[in-house]
Design a protein around this ligand. Structure first.
Ligand SMILES: Cc1cc2nc3c(=O)[nH]c(=O)nc-3n(C[C@H](O)[C@H](O)[C@H](O)COP(=O)(O)OP(=O)(O)OC[C@H]3O[C@@H](n4cnc5c(N)ncnc54)[C@H](O)[C@@H]3O)c2cc1C
Length: 378
């Protein structure tokens, strides 16, 4: 095939969700998804906390807030319908100092403004009824926060897309994009190392950590546009299952002031084990090593509210990298979801800076992309 209607770049959870949505909504048109690795979901979508976020933290009326709240509902329904393993385990955001308590009060207001209606403020005696083994003076309880098997979610999205005739071409790395007036010529290197190209009326850039580079290919100046990404790494440590069993819900501290991360938290996994993390620090380029010496930083920030933890419990686990739009010490930026027709690129849609809560928002982001296409009369 040398021509398609929709060409999606990147088979993480966002590209897969978009493929499934477009294949369903525009069923008489063709969808191709190009992925550079041998399989889907080899980057950020398989290196995260696997939390279905409620939508508490993000600035009011931001895409992060709106798409997270909408996406959470869509995702719970999707998981039930398609039997994706998940659990609405609930979460406590805990505080131990007066300053942390006032942060929780602000978060409670923001969460409610964002449409998270089920939040409750707990005092220490209520907390001990929920979680007898943690130590906290106050907490926000979020019952609609949950955990999900992100791999099974991606498998199901892939299956839905393919069953509606989407072609998912793994081992295909996009190398150039040229706008030819009414369609795009997208060149790629295939699995055998040879180069080829395909024409498409629509190009959707959901290439995660490479989405600034892919946006530059048809000629967007990513610095002028504010599209340059700054990779921000997050490491995780695991703890023994015997310790993990002492807590039933997700336990979070108050978030970092600049929201570069939500703070090193205790995340239950569906198999009953738990991981601690992620921390947040900027790196020059993505890498997935975990520095064992960072265990003491993790232990020190967690021991206050998880008093049962021993320093020697922590074991290096895995790392992920956030595609951040803000450089260090800068205010939080929102997701970019942009149909670039004002830049003279009709039919080119960029998704850039899709960090957390991107997993939670995958279905609402996909819906938004399909709406943008529909508005344009496809
Ligand atoms: C540490 C961490 C914790 C997180 N925790 C959560 C959480 O608990 N809940 C939540 O909702 N979100 C969380 N997130 C965010 C979430 O993981 C991401 O928003 C989501 O996975 C982004 O998916 P994606 O498809 O955009 O990116 P990716 O999964 O990175 O996929 C992009 C794909 O594009 C491909 N690609 C790149 N360049 C090319 C090219 N030239 N040609 C072809 N293919 C290409 C890549 O190979 C990759 O497969 C977390 C993120 C991190 C880093």
């Amino acid at each position: 095939m040398d021509k398609t209607d929709f060409l999606i770049i990147g088979a993480g959870v966002i590209g897969l969700a978009i493929a499934a949505e477009l294949a369903d909504r525009f069923h008489n048109q063709s969808v191709i998804l190009l992925e550079q690795h041998h399989k889907f979901g080899q980057e950020t979508s398989s290196r995260n906390s696997e939390v279905i976020h409620a939508g508490i933290y993000y600035p009011k009326a931001s895409l992060k807030a709106i798409l997270c709240v909408e996406g959470k509902h869509l995702l719970y329904d999707f998981c039930s319908k398609w039997k994706v393993p998940h659990e609405p385990s609930g979460k406590l955001i805990v505080a131990n100092t007066p300053e942390e308590v006032s942060t929780l009060e602000e978060l409670l207001i923001r969460g409610k403004e964002n449409g998270v209606k089920d939040l409750q403020f707990l005092d220490s005696s209520q907390i001990s009824r929920y979680e007898p083994n943690i130590k906290a003076e106050a907490a926000i309880y979020s019952p609609s926060t949950g955990i999900i098997d992100s791999h099974k979610l991606m498998e199901r999205l892939e299956w839905l897309a393919v069953s509606k005739k989407t072609i998912i071409a793994c081992g295909h790395k996009v190398t150039s994009i040229e706008f030819m007036g009414n369609q795009y010529a997208v060149s790629y290197q295939g699995p055998q190392g040879t180069y080829d190209s395909i024409n498409s009326s629509w190009v959707i850039n959901s290439s995660g950590l490479s989405s600034d580079y892919i946006a530059s290919l048809p000629g967007i100046d990513i610095d002028t546009a504010g599209y340059r990404l700054f990779p921000c790494k997050g490491e995780y440590f695991s703890i023994p299952v015997s310790r993990a069993k002492l807590v039933s819900r997700l336990i979070y501290p108050p978030p970092y002031k600049d929201l570069r991360g939500l703070g090193i938290h205790f995340t239950k996994k569906l198999d009953g084990s738990a991981k601690l993390g992620p921390n947040a620090f900027y790196v020059d380029a993505p890498d997935y090593t975990v520095t064992a010496e960072h265990a003491s930083q993790f232990y020190n920030s967690l021991k206050e509210y998880l008093p049962f933890l021993n320093a020697k419990d922590l074991c290096p686990d895995m790392a992920g990298v956030r595609p951040k739009l803000q450089p260090p010490n800068s205010p939080i930026r929102d997701f970019i979801v942009s149909h670039e027709k004002e830049r003279g690129l009709n039919g080119f849609i960029n998704l850039i800076g899709i960090e957390s809560p991107g997993l939670t928002s995958c279905l609402s982001l996909a819906k938004m992309v399909a709406d943008l296409i529909e508005e344009n009369g496809s």
